[in-house]
Design a protein around this ligand. Structure first.
Ligand SMILES: N[C@@H](CCC(=O)N[C@@H](CS)C(=O)NCC(=O)O)C(=O)O
Length: 236
């Protein structure tokens, strides 16, 4: 059976299936496409690209949620996206890239730079880290992730600018969803795996944050994540 490697359960902060949006995305896709799988505890240092999630399927290790989904479509068929038009595929790709390559870095920056949210992240990780050096390890991970947001570009903006950029993205997602049940209409597509994984990592976090409040002010997004939970994550 396909093995999915990602940070261990328990649920992050009692609600998120995973604090990594890329991991929620891939696990949600596997559930949506009904591909049998087993979740195992993964470590970025053992991952083919140094990042989680990764899979082992038929003895072959593959990294990167997007590339994994492409390979799964080839091997197991494409029940979610097979009927999309070329234009719908273009919207899917553009929205996915916007979420993963833009909004994600705003969420990452806000989560790891703000003292209040960092406390939650630290408290989640500490039980998995060795005693005494756990705190310094967290400090190193924090510096390295914030450096990655600076290298990408998002981390060079002011906090206010970052919140403004992310709010504009939330406006766009809410407008794109409109009255649809799913992002590209009334049938689910692979885009919904991405949108669910990333939206809940902004909307269902336990700390107060301007971006979370803003997204929770969009009733269609609130209803959407609940719909995805009821449909694919009844066990949450
Ligand atoms: N493009 C990758 C991105 C995965 C990713 O950024 N994973 C993060 C967790 S959300 C990670 O492993 N970070 C560890 C690191 O950067 O060292 C994918 O689609 O899977």
């Amino acid at each position: 059976m396909l093995e999915l490697y990602q940070p261990p359960r328990p649920k992050a902060w009692g609600i998120l299936p995973n604090m990594s949006p890329f991991c929620v995305k891939l696990e949600t896709y596997l559930r949506m496409a009904k591909i049998p799988h087993e979740v195992k505890s993964g470590n970025p240092r053992k991952a083919p690209k140094g990042k989680i999630p990764y899979i082992i399927d038929d003895g072959k290790m593959t990294g990167d949620a997007g590339l994994i989904i492409d390979s799964l479509k080839t091997k197991y068929g494409d029940p979610l996206d097979q009927n999309l038009s070329a234009k719908e595929r273009a919207i899917l790709l553009a929205t996915r890239r916007m979420m993963e390559e833009h909004t994600y870095f705003a969420v990452l920056y806000l989560r790891w730079s703000t003292p209040n949210s960092f406390e939650y992240v630290k408290n989640f990780f500490m039980p998995f880290l060795p005693p005494i050096i756990g705190g310094p390890i967290m400090g190193k991970i924090r510096s390295s992730l914030l450096a990655s947001t600076r290298a990408q570009g998002m981390g060079r903006h002011t906090r206010e600018e970052i919140i403004g950029l992310a709010k504009a993205d939330i406006d766009a997602y809410s407008a794109l969803l409109g009255d649809n049940l799913f992002f590209l209409g009334d049938s689910p597509t692979s885009l919904d795996a991405t949108m669910f994984g990333f939206l809940i990592n902004a909307m269902w976090v336990p700390w107060d944050c301007e971006l979370k409040s803003y997204a929770l002010g969009k009733q269609n997004l609130v209803d959407y994540v609940e719909r995805m939970k009821t449909t694919y994550w009844k066990d949450l």
